[in-house]
Design a binder for this molecule. Structure first.
Ligand code: SAM
Length: 458
């Protein structure tokens, strides 16, 4: 039947497309989407979804429940006496009212898809006849890349890249000589580390293992060093990049390490730039999870210089805080030279399909927003919107069950059809905590979710 085909497609791709849904909405299983980056490993569903499924994390739920019931009590109190919203809150409420019909419709589509609802609870199961569990017996504390990157010894920390030992026979003056690649030790901070092979590679750092997807690279540094990702800077002063290391080519030669840095006119730069900044907010919990930065820091992100000569689609995750929205639309986007085009809403649900909080809860919305903007370098003086580029974009919704704190669903693929450019899109994520095949990841902890304890062996 049609529904079974949809479900079969979902099991393959991790993306469920609703039939007969009037709005643009999909349900996503981030685990399945991420797993398309790996062959020997797979992301462990139970680890990915630990926050919204696991019973030993019931405390998290309990906390959430009290939080919700106390806010609903507050709401009830407020309902008796309608609160007076200040100007900014009114603007925020107006924006919510505009998004509300789309979000409600999207949620209705999920609730109507009984076959999908029926398997939601099983998404967090690790067991599969094909898979062998590979959980470390003792999960020691993970190193904090953020802290290690700040110490004076940071330049000395090295990661051991353990690509499969591969040998190639070369003819040298009539003799056949085997050339073998051995694991390399390379600086882990302020260094571009590229896996240009067609297979994932295991790496070792401080006795822990990390999985590096095929044809991907990471640059782990503080914001101040982001300039090193820019081709002109790199070409003009190679010393700016400490060491450029790559894992020797094994099977393909599609991605030469220097392709990340060649001159702008020969196709460097990125066509898709996803950014999830560490915005400041009042949550004490957030402060424990990662450092935040004041808004003005993001004005200095060199977005224009990261853009490919064919232009780029820029996606920026924002909070529902009105003051932040205004800053982004009035100051940040103009300073980056990008033009707002549409929004992608991430609607968060629990394993039973219900929303993670009441849709109308003022300070605790069950959705977040990715603002989509275009930058076209062909225009005079930097970025400019070119008509017809990438197709017209409408607001859309992605529904998923959240993973770890602040972890966003991997939406890159859903945006591909809007990405400008002729070649295969070149993609980068800024402030990344994970890696994806074919992507560049920059941030102060891009290896965070690459720790092998988030993975199972296939
Ligand atoms: N998109 C990520 C995910 O899905 O897991 C979450 C990104 S989180 C909102 C922001 C990230 O920015 C955190 O990893 C944080 O450590 C990092 N960050 C904070 N200050 C930074 C700085 N000065 N330089 C580089 N990265 C920084």
């Amino acid at each position: 039947s049609e529904t079974s085909d949809q479900l079969a497609a979902f099991f393959q791709s991790g993306i469920y497309r609703f039939s007969n849904c009037a709005v643009s909405v999909v349900f996503m299983d981030p685990v399945r989407v991420l797993n398309r980056s790996y062959s020997r490993f797979r992301v462990s569903p139970s680890t990915y979804y630990s926050r919204f499924f696991s019973s030993n994390l019931a405390a998290d739920f309990a906390h959430r429940e009290t939080e919700l019931s106390s806010s609903s009590k507050k709401r009830k109190r407020k309902e008796k006496k309608p609160p007076l919203l200040n100007e900014r809150e009114q603007a925020a409420d107006q924006r919510h009212q505009l998004a509300r019909p789309l979000l409600l419709k999207a949620h209705e589509c999920l609730i109507g898809a009984s076959e999908l609802l029926g398997i939601l609870r099983s998404l967090s199961c690790d067991s599969s006849s094909m898979a062998e569990r590979r959980k470390p017996t003792v999960v020691e504390t993970e190193p904090s890349f953020v802290e290690l990157g700040k110490v004076w010894q940071a330049p000395l920390y090295e990661i051991a890249l353990k690509f499969p030992r591969s040998c190639r026979s070369n003819e040298n003056e009539g003799d056949i000589v085997d050339q073998c690649c051995d694991p390399g030790l390379v600086p882990v901070f302020n260094n571009l580390v590229v896996n240009e092979t067609g297979d994932e590679v295991e790496a070792e750092f401080l006795s822990r293992k990390y999985v590096i997807p095929l044809e991907s690279c990471f640059y782990m540094s503080d914001l101040g060093k982001i300039q090193n990702l820019i081709p002109e800077v790199y070409n003009a002063d190679a010393k700016n990049v400490q060491v450029l290391v790559y894992i020797p080519m094994v099977s393909r030669n599609r991605c030469n390490p220097f392709c990340w840095f060649v001159a702008a006119d020969s196709g460097s730069g990125f066509n898709l730039i996803l950014i999830d900044p560490p915005w400041e907010n009042a949550s004490a919990h957030q402060k424990l999870m990662y450092p935040t930065l004041p808004n003005r820091y993001f004005l200095s992100l060199p977005i224009k210089k990261l853009v490919h000569s064919d232009g780029a689609l820029v996606g920026l995750w924002v909070t529902n805080w009105e003051r932040l929205r205004n800053f982004v639309l009035e100051e940040l986007f103009p300073s980056w030279g990008v033009t707002y085009a549409a929004s992608l809403f991430w609607l968060k649900v629990k394993a039973d399909g219900s929303l993670t909080s009441d849709l109308d809860l003022f300070h605790h919305r069950p959705y977040e927003c990715l603002l989509l903007a275009y930058c076209n370098t062909k225009g005079e003086g930097g970025c400019e919107l070119q008509s017809g580029m990438g197709g017209t974009m409408e607001d859309q919704v992605v529904i998923s069950i959240p993973g770890d704190y602040s972890r966003k669903p991997p939406v890159g693929e859903l945006l591909q059809k809007y990405v400008p450019g002729v070649g295969p899109p070149r993609c980068i994520e800024l402030f990344a905590r994970e890696m994806m095949a074919g992507w560049a990841s920059w941030g102060n902890e891009p290896l965070h979710f690459q720790d092998s304890h988030y993975f199972l062996l296939n």
